[in-house]
Design a protein around this ligand. Structure first.
Ligand code: SF4
Length: 231
């Protein structure tokens, strides 16, 4: 059965609940500057935040500027990140990105998409995370969790990440936009997980449109307040 799109009212309730649950959502990557965030997000492609934090907790006290990481060289950097998947390619990309930051950007992480995406290893998703988390811009980085969540719940149905990203940017009320990325990722990571979503303990199960949610324990009765809200 195709998933119905959530209504405007349901989307409002959806984000109010996520905000209530996590008033101050944050990335789970450890960082203390835009540059550290850029490196951490680049390293996190197809790797867990926990594995990235383990590596950067050792790397950043030694080298946390473009100059310092560039000085490590590819082989030196690999020593710190070799527990992370795809570390060979990631080390090459980070060193090349450091060189560009030093040569073209005065060692400062640019706050615009064009310059960010011109850095090796930085795609649209990484640029969106940096723009949102380091620079407070209302962007939406669609990762595997957000793609699944958008399509499953009816919040933002789309065939590919760009479609889901554009739909999310269109339907999310302005007041939630800055934190929406983190709420969605954390909800997808800990509750609306891929194989066995925890619909029985989900705070948005009454506005979620996924037809199978009842098989995973979503309550069938809708609280009176919700009925009023939906009218
Ligand atoms: S009810 Fe289930 S499918 Fe819907 S958002 Fe919650 S966890 Fe995900």
């Amino acid at each position: 059965m195709p998933v119905k799109n959530m209504t405007k009212k349901q989307i409002q309730v959806f984000f109010e609940r996520l905000r209530e649950q996590r008033p101050n959502p944050k990335t789970e990557l450890n960082y203390s500057s835009p540059f550290e965030l850029l490196v951490a997000v680049t390293l996190s492609a197809q790797a867990t935040d926990v594995s990235v934090n383990k590596a950067t907790d050792k790397l950043f006290p030694i080298a946390n500027t473009p100059e310092a990481i560039y000085a490590l060289g590819v082989d030196g950097l690999k020593q710190y990140i070799k527990t992370i998947g795809l570390y060979n390619a990631k080390a090459e990309n980070v060193i090349k990105a450091c060189k560009i930051l030093i040569d073209k950007h005065n060692s400062i992480v640019p706050n615009n998409r064009t310059d960010l995406e011109a850095l090796p290893g930085v795609g649209r998703k990484t640029a969106n995370v940096v723009l949102n988390t380091a620079f407070g811009q209302a962007t939406m980085a669609v990762d595997t969790h957000i793609f699944r969540l958008g399509n499953r719940t009816g919040l933002a149905v789309g065939k590919n990440v760009i479609e889901v990203e554009q739909r999310l940017l269109k339907v999310i009320p302005k007041e939630f936009m800055l934190d929406a990325h983190h709420w969605l990722i954390l909800h997808g990571r800990y509750c609306c997980i891929a194989r066995k979503p925890k619909c029985n303990e989900c705070v948005v199960s009454d506005v979620c449109q996924w037809p199978d949610r009842f098989e995973f324990g979503a309550a069938k009765s809708i609280p009176v307040k919700m009925l009023q809200d939906q009218n």
